[in-house]
Each structure stands twice: as structure tokens, then as C-alpha cells.
Design a protein around this ligand. Structure first.
Ligand code: PEP
Ligand code: MN
Length: 347
């Protein structure tokens, strides 16, 4: 249930509503600050009917029931779209942002040359895995703390804020000391212990959609972070499992990007690298993602994809990435209409 306060509600009126929400058996989450406040009542076991009577309370503009189980992630719980500040870069603002870098940090030379190259091409955030969730235990698992140190060094030297994956609760503190944004990988989207702990930190979280997760499950995973008090959440569509498994790695569900923009106030970006698994599909999928409303992209770039220790087949080299970036500002294909056809034929 969402209680919308009037623009001129007093602090006393707001406090009264907060107290009543608690009395009715719910937890209040207040947003809006100095503007019109919104009180979202969450929890189970309370009396929604009692809450509805708040519509006659002084300072209340209206009470709205949220149909979905994700209450704080719902669009109704905020007066506008959320913007997330990652080391000075805004995700969810006017401009789309591009996060780029290797799947895994492999060496100083590899990460620094990639960072300079993606920055020159226009990326504003650097990615690089230190702890890698690999399907096989025999595959490269990441350089761990050594990679975190390299990321921090490169961040200082090149000036790009850093995004890296967290797989375990035990690493949260250390990663927070080295990175600007923590990625929850697709395989961990439903690791509720991890989500609960990340709800308590003040660093932004990039929440990837699980390979088999519905949009509702994805937004409920975001709800864990928001309920814990971390409002700096960015969603990431990275492809889901479908019957197509031979030619592409995953199926990039771009309609889900438009859907979560309808359902939620949270920014959403797309990952065409994991979403397709194929180098040649990354540029067209990137353009499509921005056209459908993505707030940004996360793209894997490696100085020599052929030698990459993980995800080489879906990594672009720096030249390919620079070409992709140029193509993102090109206008979307014009549409032939009856009117333009008639003009062209002189009719
Ligand atoms: C990655 O970003 O390298 C990664 C492992 O992503 P995902 O969790 O989407 O597979
Ligand atoms: Mn990868």
C-alpha cells in the first residue's frame, strides 16, 4: 500500500501517518524528502483495510494498493525514476551509460590497456571480474584480491569508476574498499543471504537477472536490497534460458527491459555480451536495447579476445568496441510510410 502525502503536508502529519502504518502492522518506508513524501507500507500480517482509512487523514492525498508483491521496487513507491550515482556517473538519467571492460581481470597490462581504450571510445565505467562464477570448477576462477588491487590502481590512474562481481558475503567488505559498484551475477540473483547483506551497504548494486528468473522474481530480488535500505539498485537484463541453446548462449529478453520500466522506478541496463554470447550480435543488440529504453549497456572488451581466460567468444577487441560506440549515436532506421512512399514515387 502506498500513501501519497500532499505537497503541503506538515512534518507532524507525516509522522502521524508513519505511526499509523506501524500500528496497522506494517513497516513504513518514506521517500520524497523535501518534496511530496510517499509512505510505502510493506510487510505481511497487517490490516490493509485499516490502512485504506488513512485516505481521510490530514496531509494525505491518496492511498493506492500495489497489485504486485514487489512494493518498494514498484513505480508507485516513488514520484519519479531513480537515478543511481556510481562514483559520479549517473545511471538512469538523460543519457545512457556504457560500462565496458574484460570479463575477468587477468593482468595489470590487460586491465589498464583495456581501461584506456574503452575510455577513449566513450565508456564511463570500467568492468572487470575478480571473483568469477564459472560453470566448471576447472575453468579460470579469477585473480581474487590481486584483481581488486589492480582495479583500484587502474581506477585511480585512468579515472573510470569500477564495477566488479561479489559472489560471497565474506568478500563484501573487501570489494567495497576497492570498487564503486558491486555486481550480483545472474547465478546469485536468488542468493537471499547475499542480497540481505548487500541491502545494508551504501555502495550501488548491479542486479543481473537470473538465467531462469521471471521478471517478478527479478524485481522481488531487487526488493530484498531496497527493503534492507539500499536504494542504489540498477537492474541488468543479461539473457535467459530458452529452447535456443545451440547458436546463441542465451536469449536477450529486450521486452523485459521495457516491461521493468513500466513496473519499476529502478534504472535498467542490458548486457548484450552474455545476452547473446556472440561477438557479431553485440552491436545490433546494443542499438536495440537503447531503442527499447535501456538506461545503459555493459559490454565485454578484451585486448585480444582470442587469448581471454573467460568469455573470449563474446568479447570485442578495442577497435570493434570503438566502432560499436560510434554506431550507438547513429539514428534509428527510418520507416517507410504510405506518405513517404507516395512522395518518392512522385504521387
Ligand atoms: C559476467 O559479468 O562476467 C558474468 C559472469 O555475468 P552473468 O552473471 O550475467 O553470467
Ligand atoms: Mn563474462
Amino acid at each position: 500500500m502506498v500513501i501519497n502525502m500532499t505537497a503541503d503536508a506538515t512534518a507532524t502529519e507525516l509522522q502521524h501517518v508513519i505511526d499509523r502504518v506501524i500500528e496497522c502492522g506494517f513497516q513504513p518506508h518514506v521517500t520524497g524528502g523535501s518534496e511530496r513524501a510517499i509512505v510505502t507500507a510493506v510487510g505481511s500480517g497487517g490490516s490493509p483495510v485499516a490502512l485504506e482509512t488513512l485516505k481521510v487523514t490530514p496531509g494525505v492525498a491518496g492511498v493506492v494498493r500495489i497489485a504486485y508483491p514487489f512494493k518498494l521496487a514498484s513505480k508507485l513507491a516513488r514520484s519519479g525514476r531513480t537515478q543511481v550515482n556510481v562514483g559520479g556517473v549517473i545511471i538512469g538519467g538523460e543519457e545512457a551509460v556504457v560500462i565496458a571492460g574484460p570479463c575477468s581481470v587477468e593482468s595489470r597490462e590487460q586491465i589498464i590497456s583495456t581501461a584506456w581504450a574503452v575510455k577513449a571510445a566513450g565508456a564511463t565505467l570500467l568492468r572487470g571480474g575478480a571473483y568469477k562464477p564459472r560453470t566448471s570448477p576447472y575453468d579460470f576462477q579469477g585473480l581474487g584480491i590481486e584483481a581488486l588491487r589492480l582495479l583500484r590502481e587502474v581506477r585511480e590512474e585512468v579515472g573510470l569508476p569500477v564495477v566488479t562481481e561479489v559472489m560471497s558475503i565474506n568478500d563484501i567488505q573487501l570489494i567495497c574498499e576497492h570498487a564503486d559498484m558491486l555486481q550480483v551475477g545472474a547465478r546469485n540473483m536468488q542468493n537471499y543471504d547475499l542480497l540481505r547483506q548487500l541491502g545494508k551497504i551504501d555502495k550501488p548494486v548491479l542486479l543481473k537477472r537470473g538465467p531462469s528468473a521471471s521478471v517478478k522474481e527479478w524485481l522481488l530480488a531487487a526488493e530484498y536490497l531496497l527493503a534492507g535500505g539500499n536504494n542504489n539498485v540498477v537492474l541488468c537484463e543479461r539473457g535467459i534460458k530458452t529452447f535456443e541453446s545451440e547458436i546463441t548462449r542465451n536469449t536477450l529478453d529486450l521486452a523485459a527491459v521495457a516491461l521493468v520500466r513500466e513496473l519499476s522506478h529502478l534504472p535498467v541496463i542490458a548486457d548484450p555480451s552474455h545476452g547473446t554470447g556472440k561477438r557479431e550480435l553485440i552491436a545490433p543488440a546494443s542499438r536495440a536495447a537503447l531503442a527499447i529504453g535501456a538506461d545503459g549497456l555493459i559490454i565485454e572488451v578484451h585486448p585480444c579476445p582470442e587469448r581471454a581466460l573467460s568469455d573470449g567468444a563474446q568479447s570485442l577487441n578495442p577497435d570493434e568496441f570503438a566502432r560499436l560506440m560510434k554506431g550507438l549515436s547513429a539514428p534509428i532506421r527510418p520507416v517507410a510510410t504510405a506518405w513517404t512512399a507516395a512522395t518518392a514515387s512522385g504521387g
